[in-house]
Write a protein that binds this ligand. Sequence first.
Ligand code: NAG
Ligand code: NAG
Ligand code: NAG
Length: 197
Amino acid sequence: MLMLLLFIVFGQGYVSIGCEPCTRPVLPGQHEREGRWWWEDARAKECGLHKGNLQQDDAAKLGTNGNGVAAANGINGTVDIFETQAIVNLSRPGIENLLKLEKRQEPWLVVLYAPWCRFCQAMEASYVELAEKLSGSGVKVGKFRADGDQKPFAQKELQLGSFPTILFFPKNTSKPIKYPSEKRDVDSLLTFVNALR
Ligand SMILES: *[C@@H]1O[C@H](CO)[C@@H](O)[C@H](O)[C@H]1NC(C)=O
Ligand SMILES: *[C@@H]1O[C@H](CO)[C@@H](O)[C@H](O)[C@H]1NC(C)=O
Ligand SMILES: *[C@@H]1O[C@H](CO)[C@@H](O)[C@H](O)[C@H]1NC(C)=O
């Protein structure tokens, strides 16, 4: 099902998935950036899920040739973000465990991010400040890198549709609640947390 959707989207020349208004066709030979970032000046708030591995892995399986879109180099690796003691770096088993817990000791706020996504980078300062504010308050703050190999899992289990996706795991229920806004300043995030904790 997902593969079929990817094929359709991919086949029409879209290079980003998961954020419908953010994508538009990229013509063969046109730089990918022109497809991914055309909306940047308008509502510039989310990164589509960069196909990254799609071109190498899934595209081969789907029998496409990558549609003439070259992968941009150096956007997926480099420097990690949200690096502070106040933010827990969740591993895959760590976040899977959160998903399983009906009753957890503490509620959690978790950002699903990709370090190359400029909107993740843009919220780094406020998220770090938020984590420091919440430290010791009974709300845990974490991050989970959800691109690359983790992307299919995150799309299926964690409501990942674009980067960044911010989830609140309430104390009471295993199902996380997705932060519905594109305002990622400390006060807006804190209001969200306080409304749910
Ligand atoms: C980017 O991802 C590709 C494919 O997953 C990998 O081969 C490459 O080494 C990565 N680049 C960096 C800088 O991590
Ligand atoms: C964060 O966790 C991931 C997954 O366990 C791991 O690959 C990565 O190296 C960790 N990053 C840091 C800075 O510890
Ligand atoms: C947990 O669930 C119970 C029963 O549904 C409810 O009464 C209580 O307010 C909830 N607690 C929190 C912290 O949401």
